[in-house]
Design a protein around this ligand. Structure first.
Ligand SMILES: [Zn+2]
Length: 173
């Protein structure tokens, strides 16, 4: 024996309808509460940012190793120093991005510090080269430094801003 799901009247185990109230016993509606759709939805925006950061930082490390190679040939200490700073700051931003993938707010701070170091170093390098070759205005370095800033500096600043937007930051604790 079982009981009717509607009126609790005792009915045969095999019967599909209650003899008392006529309710269908076959269909039991179960409401599954899906908690995942509310609070823990995947932070796609943050994951994309972190993935791009890790790829970009690895690219910067490769570029910096090239600088070190040039520095060794030309014995330019300035290039060598900047190369090392780029490598250190890129390792820092990778650590920050990995921590942010693990939803750690600390990652945002680590990322920001090293990203600022990178931007300042890049800005200083552009400033240094513009001044150094200012006596030769026709060598196209103005344009060159503009290109460097556009492809390496601007994205770094944009990313720093994007990470601090609420859409990314709200996923970090
Ligand atoms: Zn019933």
């Amino acid at each position: 024996m079982k009981n009717c799901i509607n009126c609790n009247h005792p009915i045969e185990e095999t019967s599909h309808f209650c003899p008392n109230c006529g309710a269908n016993q076959g269909v039991k509606v179960v409401y599954v509460q899906n908690n995942n759709t509310n609070n823990n939805n995947k932070p796609v925006y943050l994951i994309v940012l972190c993935t791009l950061t890790i790829c970009g930082s690895l690219f910067t490390i490769a570029r910096a190793l090239l600088y070190e190679f040039f520095a060794a040939i030309t014995e330019d200490d300035g290039i060598a120093t900047r190369g090392i700073i780029y490598i250190i700051s890129s390792c820092g931003t990778i650590i920050g991005a990995v921590l942010m993938l693990a939803r750690k707010l600390l990652g945002l701070y680590i990322y920001s510090v090293f990203q600022v170091i990178y931007i300042v170093t890049l800005g200083a390098a552009i400033y240094f080269y513009n001044n150094r070759f200012s006596l030769k205005p026709t060598n196209g370095l103005e344009e060159f430094s503009g290109v460097i800033f556009f492809y390496f500096g601007l994205p770094a600043i944009v990313f720093l801003v994007l990470y601090w937007l609420k859409d990314a930051r709200k996923h970090l604790k």
